[in-house]
Design a protein around this ligand. Structure first.
Ligand code: ATP
Ligand code: MG
Length: 521
C-alpha cells in the first residue's frame, strides 16, 4: 500500500519535472503540479498563488475551485512575510490559517474544512504559496506536509526557471534591439567568417539587404579594398586570418556599395571565446569614415596649397621691399615704380587668395548667403573685360551681347567674382595670347554667358574634376603659374546657389569655353 503510494508520488514528480524541462508554459506546469498534489494528498481542491513584484499574491493555478473569483482567496495571503530567513520551511505555517480558511470558505460557499499550505521558495526567497483543501475527513498529517513539500519544490523550480527564461529572453530582445538600431554597422560572424547578424545601419551603409548578407562569408559581402593601390584588403590583411586573437583587430578600406558609389570604412573586430577558449563569434563594428578621410585629405591638400600659394607672393613682396629699402642703393624713378607695382600686384593676389579661402570655408560651413537684386550681366561683363584689358597685352578681349539682353535676379558681387575667375583663368591658361571672348545669349528660361579662350584647353577626363576644391590640372604650365585651385570651385558654388549650371567645352590645345546659365525668373 505504502509502496504504491510512493510509486505514484515518484511517477507524478517525474512527470512534472519532464513538463518543466520540455518548456511547457509556466501556467500549464503549475496546473499539473496542483492537480497531482491534490490527488496525492486526497484533497478536494488546491491552488498555487505567486507573489508579484509589488508583494501581492496572484492565483496562477487552481484545481477543483472556481478560478474566476480569485479575489475571494485574498484572505489566505494576508501577513505572509516576503522572506523566510531563519525559518524552518518544513515547519513554517501561515499565521491564523484556520480562521482565514473559514473566511474564504464562507465567501466561496464551499465547505472547505481542512487546509495545508506550504511556501514556494528558493534560497528563502518566497515566490508563492501552494494550498491544498479537504472538505471532509481528517486534518492533514505531517506526512502530508512532507509529500506536499516535494511538489512545492518542483513548483518553485518551475517558477524560478520561467523567470530566468523570461529574463534571458528579455535581455536577448534588448540586445537584438541594440544591435539592430545601433548607429554603427554591426555584423556578427561565426568562426568561419560567415555572417550571422547584419544590422540595419550596415544595410544602409552597404546597400546590401540583411537577408542577402546572412550566411555568406563576410569578404564576399563587404569586399574591402584599397582603391588607390587597387588591392583587396580582405585578401591581403584580413585580421581574422592573420592575427592572433587578443591583438587589436582593426582595418580600414574602401567598399563599393550596391549602387556603385564608394565609401571608406573602418572595421573593428572583437573575437568572442567560450570558456574552453574556442572562438565562438566575431563581432565586427563597421564605421563609415568617408568624411574623416575626405576631411583629412582636404586638410593636407589645404596645408600644402596654402603654404605654397601664400609663400610665393609674400616672398616676392618681402624681396622687393627689402631691396628698395637698402641704404646703400639709389633707385631711379622707373625702378621704384616697377617694384612698387609688383608689391601691389602681389598684395592683391594675396588678398584674392585669402578671400577665396574664406569663401570656400564659408561654403563648407554653410554660411554662404546671396544678396539678391537685379543684375545686368552685359554691363557687368563689360566692366570686368575693361579691368582685364589693362592687365594683359597679349590678348584681345572681345564682348558680344545682344542689345536687349535681359537682366537676371542675382547677387551682383558674387557674379562679378564668377566673371573675374573665368576671365583670369582664360588669360592664365592661354599664355600664347589669342582672343578671349565674353558673350551672352538668352532663351525663354535661361540666360547664358560664355567665356572662351584659345589657350591650352582641358583634356576630357579632367573636365569633371576642375570644379573640385583645390583641383588643378597637372601640366608644365600649371606648375609655372600660381593658383590654389579654388577659382572654379567658387564659380560653381555661386552659380548653383543661383539655381544655375556651369560647364566647360574644351579639348587639349583647342582653347576652352566656360558657360554658365542662370534662370530668367
Ligand atoms: P585659383 O583660381 O584658385 O587661383 P586655379 O586657376 O588653378 O587657381 P581654378 O580656377 O579652379 O584654379 O581652375 C582649376 C584648374 O582648371 C586650373 O588649375 C587649370 O588646370 C584648369 N583650367 C581652368 N580654366 C582653364 C582654362 N580656361 N583653360 C585651361 N585650363 C583651365
Ligand atoms: Mg583660377
Amino acid at each position: 500500500m505504502l509502496r504504491d503510494y510512493q510509486l505514484r508520488q515518484r511517477e507524478y514528480l517525474l512527470e512534472i519535472s519532464r513538463a518543466i524541462t520540455s518548456q511547457l508554459d509556466l501556467d500549464a506546469v503549475l496546473r499539473l503540479i496542483i492537480q497531482y498534489a491534490v490527488e496525492m494528498l486526497r484533497g478536494r481542491a488546491g491552488l498555487i498563488a505567486l507573489r508579484q513584484d509589488d508583494g501581492s499574491f496572484r492565483v496562477r493555478a487552481t484545481y477543483g475551485l472556481p478560478a474566476q473569483l480569485p479575489h475571494l482567496f485574498a484572505p489566505l495571503f494576508a501577513d505572509i512575510p516576503r522572506r523566510l530567513e531563519g525559518t524552518d520551511l518544513a515547519r513554517w505555517t501561515v499565521p491564523d490559517l484556520e480562521m482565514k480558511l473559514a473566511l474564504v470558505s464562507a465567501a466561496l460557499g464551499l465547505p472547505l474544512r481542512q487546509v495545508v499550505a506550504l511556501p514556494l521558495a528558493i534560497r528563502h526567497s518566497l515566490m508563492g504559496m501552494i494550498y491544498i483543501f479537504r472538505t471532509e475527513g481528517t486534518a492533514f498529517s505531517l506526512n502530508d506536509r512532507q509529500v506536499l513539500s516535494s511538489f512545492a519544490d518542483q513548483a518553485a523550480i518551475a517558477v524560478h526557471n520561467a523567470r530566468l527564461y523570461e529574463e534571458v529572453t528579455r535581455e536577448k530582445r534588448r540586445l537584438d534591439a541594440i544591435i539592430a538600431n545601433s548607429g554603427d554597422g554591426i555584423m556578427i560572424l561565426d568562426p568561419d567568417r560567415r555572417i550571422q547578424v547584419f544590422n540595419k545601419a550596415l544595410e544602409a551603409m552597404t546597400g546590401v539587404p540583411a537577408q542577402e548578407a546572412i550566411g555568406r562569408p563576410c569578404d564576399e559581402v563587404i569586399d574591402l579594398c584599397d582603391r588607390e593601390q587597387g588591392v583587396s584588403i580582405c585578401e591581403a590583411e584580413c585580421p581574422l586570418k592573420f592575427k592572433s586573437p587578443g591583438e587589436r583587430l582593426y582595418i580600414e578600406g574602401d567598399i563599393t556599395r550596391a549602387d556603385g558609389s564608394v565609401i571608406t570604412v573602418g572595421i573593428a573586430y572583437s573575437p568572442l571565446f567560450d570558456d574552453e577558449g574556442e572562438l565562438v563569434n566575431v563581432i565586427a563594428n563597421v564605421r563609415d569614415i568617408t568624411h574623416f578621410r575626405e576631411a583629412e585629405e582636404m586638410k593636407s591638400t589645404f596645408i600644402s596649397v596654402i603654404s605654397h600659394e601664400l609663400k610665393t607672393p609674400v616672398s616676392l613682396i618681402k624681396g622687393y621691399a627689402s631691396t628698395l629699402r637698402r641704404e646703400d642703393a639709389q633707385w631711379d624713378e622707373q625702378t621704384l615704380r616697377d617694384s612698387l607695382a609688383v608689391i601691389e600686384e602681389e598684395s592683391d593676389r594675396l588678398n584674392q587668395l585669402i578671400d577665396n579661402l574664406l569663401d570656400a570655408s564659408r561654403l563648407q560651413a554653410g554660411a554662404f548667403k546671396l544678396e539678391m537684386g537685379y543684375v545686368a550681366l552685359d554691363k557687368l561683363a563689360a566692366q570686368t573685360v575693361e579691368k582685364f584689358r589693362t592687365q594683359t597685352r597679349e590678348h584681345i578681349l572681345s564682348l558680344d551681347f545682344p542689345p536687349d539682353f535681359p537682366a537676371v535676379r542675382g547677387d551682383m558681387e558674387r557674379l562679378r567674382q564668377v566673371l573675374n575667375n573665368l576671365l583670369s583663368n582664360a588669360i592664365k591658361y592661354s599664355p600664347q595670347g589669342g582672343t578671349i571672348r565674353v558673350s551672352g545669349r538668352a532663351d525663354d528660361d535661361w540666360v547664358y554667358v560664355a567665356v572662351s579662350d584659345e589657350g591650352i584647353g582641358i583634356p576630357k577626363e579632367e573636365q569633371e574634376h576642375i570644379f573640385d576644391r583645390f583641383y588643378r590640372v597637372e601640366s608644365s604650365l600649371s606648375r609655372r603659374t600660381q593658383g590654389a585651385g579654388l577659382g572654379l570651385f567658387l564659380v560653381k558654388a555661386v552659380i548653383e546657389a543661383h539655381q544655375g549650371r556651369v560647364w566647360v567645352e574644351s579639348a587639349p590645345g583647342q582653347g576652352a569655353t566656360f558657360v554658365f546659365a542662370l534662370p530668367r525668373n
